[in-house]
Design a protein around this ligand. Structure first.
Ligand SMILES: Cc1cc2nc3c(=O)[nH]c(=O)nc-3n(C[C@H](O)[C@H](O)[C@H](O)COP(=O)(O)OP(=O)(O)OC[C@H]3O[C@@H](n4cnc5c(N)ncnc54)[C@H](O)[C@@H]3O)c2cc1C
Length: 422
């Protein structure tokens, strides 16, 4: 006996236990692969913890960079609620932003949406199926979500857009005039010009709770969740080896699902992928008195979101362009709070400090799902930006089918990393 522990063996290591990694791991384990899921923290404690909890069936157009002059001017002044930037980060972000801007041009954005919709159209069915087998079906609330409008102009513009999306992508909506909105949301101040109710989407009141339900299902099927640092991944013969708190793990294949940290690993492995983050914040509030928010709600023209959660009303903010690891600057939250208080009777703050997360973004707004171009036993699943909670089960199934050699249920070509090869 030399005291050396033999390496734990598995077929696949999935690196990163956010919504994406958990769903990839679960779908592989369901297909008979022995999977080790690795995270340096607990599961779903980062971006998949603090989001708005929407499963956005209507989200066929990934959020683009604004192209109208008025919006650009407002953003340039850096005073809006929906977007904020760190001037010091702009030089490093400029190449990303330039590409993002180009992919957001109306004709190109429409092309991107057609590719993106192929994933989005499955989000409800794939969540429903994982939730059912994870004994979590009752966590999915199917009451849609509401965009409210301050002006008739914005309302009519969004109604026209919704009608186009309905015709092209089959997403459903209702138009709510001011009195129908009051009926749906009696505690929202009667200052609005109406609302758009997306009726298909689902939502949850505890995003991490749903991810943990999927994790428990993965473990019940024999999957292992261990703590470890993805950076210890090393090629080893025909497979990979990495260090975890439970010792060395040896696997045939590895999946990078590190959300906003994916670029740390891809760079170390020699890939130059154009990844960036859009940071976002949240804070919970008690609802004042008997006030109740029945639906998740976007104050469209002001640019913040209110979601009824188990913990309280969660106010989430839009995009902050900054370095991922720069200190928190929750100025959007500070700007949104008084506006939100005027719209809905929020009581006191419930968190000691604002939560911050980072949406993992690509400039063409499509995630990267598939084989790593220069490593035969390495796979990518990241870059889901505003919709990683929505798309976890879709990406999980798609990548698991690719890894196990099944016919993928969606054509994976548009999401291949090769599209960024220079
Ligand atoms: C304010 C806000 C609101 C949002 N609202 C929504 C919404 O309503 N609907 C929606 O669909 N999406 C929403 N999103 C986006 C969504 O949250 C993300 O797209 C999604 O959570 C990304 O999941 P992920 O698994 O890729 O990343 P993450 O959840 O961040 O998981 C990555 C994991 O990698 C681990 N990790 C990192 N480095 C290492 C390492 N070296 N070793 C080991 N582990 C490591 C981390 O600990 C983490 O657990 C929102 C995001 C924000 C910020």
């Amino acid at each position: 006996m030399n005291g050396m522990k033999a390496a734990m063996r598995a077929d696949v290591a999935v690196l990163g236990a956010g919504m994406i990694g958990i769903c990839v791991a679960l779908h592989l384990q369901k297909r008979g692969r022995a999977v080790v899921l690795v995270d340096r923290r607990g599961a779903a404690e980062e971006t998949s913890f603090g989001n708005a909890g929407l499963i956005q069936r209507e989200g066929v157009y990934p959020y683009g960079f604004p192209h109208d002059f008025g919006a650009l001017l407002r953003y340039a002044l850096n005073r809006t609620i929906d977007a904020h930037y760190h001037p010091s980060a702009l030089p490093a972000l400029a190449p990303f932003l330039w590409q993002y801007w180009k992919h957001s041009r109306p004709a190109r954005h429409a092309e991107v949406a057609r590719r993106y919709a192929r994933l989005i159209e499955h989000c409800l069915a794939e969540h429903a199926s994982l939730a059912a087998e994870s004994a979590a079906a009752d966590r999915l609330r199917s009451r849609g979500w509401i965009k409210v409008f301050r002006t008739a102009r914005e309302r009519d513009r969004r109604y026209a857009e919704a009608e186009r999306w309905h015709r092209e992508f089959g997403v459903n909506y209702r138009m709510l005039d001011a009195s129908a909105l009051q009926e749906a949301e009696p505690h929202v101040a009667p200052v609005l010009a109406g609302a758009l109710h997306w009726t298909d989407p689902a939502s949850v009141d505890d995003p991490q709770g749903l991810a943990l339900a999927y994790l428990r299902r993965f473990e019940a099927l024999g999957g292992r969740f261990v703590q470890g640092n993805a950076a210890s991944l090393e090629a080893d013969g025909t497979g990979w080896r990495l260090q975890t708190v439970e010792g060395k793990v040896a696997v045939g294949q590895a999946v990078i699902a590190l959300g906003p940290w994916s670029d740390v690993m891809t760079r170390a492995l020699g890939y130059d992928l154009p990844l960036a983050v859009k940071r976002g914040y949240h804070m919970h509030y008690r609802a004042a008195g008997v006030a109740r928010l029945n639906h998740p709600l976007l104050d469209t023209e002001r640019g913040y979101f209110l979601a009824p959660m188990q913990r309280g009303i969660r106010l989430t903010t839009g995009a902050e362009f900054a370095r991922r690891d720069a200190i928190k600057t929750p100025v959007q939250l500070g700007r949104a709070e008084p506006v939100a208080r005027d719209l809905f009777p929020l009581g006191e703050r419930l968190d000691a400090e604002p939560w911050m997360g980072a949406r993992p973004c690509t400039p063409d707004m499509l995630p990267i799902i598939g084989r790593a171009p220069r490593h035969s036993r390495l796979w990518f699943a990241f870059g889901h930006a505003h919709h990683g909670f929505t798309l976890g089960p879709v990406t999980g199934r798609l990548l698991a089918e690719m890894i196990t050699g099944e016919t993928p249920f969606v054509d994976p070509a548009p999401y291949a990393a090769e599209r960024f090869r220079r």
